[in-house]
Ligand binder design. Structure first.
Ligand SMILES: C[S@@+](CC[C@H](N)C(=O)[O-])C[C@H]1O[C@@H](n2cnc3c(N)ncnc32)[C@H](O)[C@@H]1O
Length: 295
């Protein structure tokens, strides 16, 4: 695991910075990228085409759908969407897989946004959103079939503790399904650690774990890892497109006008792109199951 050098340990100030980042940046993410605040997943062929066939929105939906398939999400199941953003995954799971979804986010702006989006999409009977910190919120034991989290665990301070709590929220046979920005297994190589640290600092991540860190945390929480997939090559185009759109729309200028301290992420898409290209970072998904019976 590689930690952010300039981020304080878990304290209210650090959490407040993450919250205000999403309170402020959500309209920019929506303008720039659409209703999902996560990478797009292009097919292996599209990933190397100069002009991909799939649009960014189709690629974002493809990522959500690929994770839902790996997690085997079925009609009527109850899903907890941890770090639900504008409700993109929750609403898609409710519409496509006919699930009941509870979404939590640190950001009050996102909670209201997601609730409006659910209303516009006609799924208010199936989804609900709460403003809550995933590291403190309480749910009853065994109350979800799936704990789902796309690109939120990067922001957690004690990731091992989160997986212990999430395992408890799962029914026997339930799955945890995540997508995450990852430090490469050997990101300690000279030059690469600095790239990962720069990403942590720019994007308010207390640390980035590697595939083996995540599978270790899940296994220690009593879960059985069923799938790990490295999607780095298929998602990298996301940042080329975002960087290009930021410049085209003049967003840094607009964001600085609103709040200069919160606008720096718009300048740092290149930092992420460089870390993927150098091999310092990976992007992947992991699905793990709570066994039906404890050994
Ligand atoms: C990159 S966005 C991903 C949003 C959403 N999963 C999606 O794919 O569109 C990260 C999300 O994690 C949430 N988040 C960060 N730290 C959190 C915490 N401690 N508790 C709950 N949500 C958190 C943010 O509010 C934001 O919604």
């Amino acid at each position: 695991m590689i930690a952010a050098p300039n981020m304080p340990p878990m304290d209210l100030g650090a959490k407040a910075s993450i919250r205000s980042h999403y309170d402020l940046a959500t309209p920019f993410y929506r303008l720039l990228w659409g209703p999902h605040i996560h990478h797009g997943l292009w097919s292996a062929e599209d990933a190397v085409r100069e002009r991909p066939h799939a649009s960014p929105l189709a690629a974002q939906e493809a990522l959500t759908d690929a994770l839902a398939t790996l997690a085997n999400i079925q009609r009527g199941q109850h899903v907890l969407d941890v770090g639900c953003g504008m409700g993109g995954s929750s609403i898609r799971l409710a519409r496509q897989r006919h699930c009941e979804v509870t979404g939590i986010t640190l950001s009050g702006v996102q909670r209201r946004w997601a609730s409006m989006a659910a209303w516009r999409n006609g799924v208010t009977n199936a989804v609900r959103f709460r403003q809550a910190d995933a590291e403190r919120v309480m749910f009853e034991a065994a109350s979800f079939d799936v704990v789902w989290s796309i690109e939120c665990t990067e922001h957690l301070f004690d990731k091992a503790a989160f997986f212990r709590r999430a395992a408890d929220w799962l029914r026997p046979g339930g799955r945890i399904a995540i997508c995450a920005w990852l430090a490469a297994e050997d990101a300690d190589r000279p030059g690469q650690r600095e790239q990962v640290e720069a990403v942590c600092d720019s994007f308010l991540c207390p640390s980035l774990g590697s595939f083996s860190d995540y599978t270790g945390w899940m296994t220690a929480a009593g879960l059985r890892v069923e799938h790990t997939e490295d999607w780095t090559a298929r998602v990298t185009r996301t940042w080329e497109l975002c960087d290009e759109r930021v410049r085209r729309f003049g967003l840094p200028w607009l964001a600085r006008l609103i709040d200069g301290r919160q606008a720096t992420f718009l300048d740092n898409f290149k930092t992420l792109l460089d870390a993927y290209r150098s091999g310092a970072m990976q992007y992947g998904c992991i699905v793990a199951r709570r066994p039906e019976t404890t050994a």
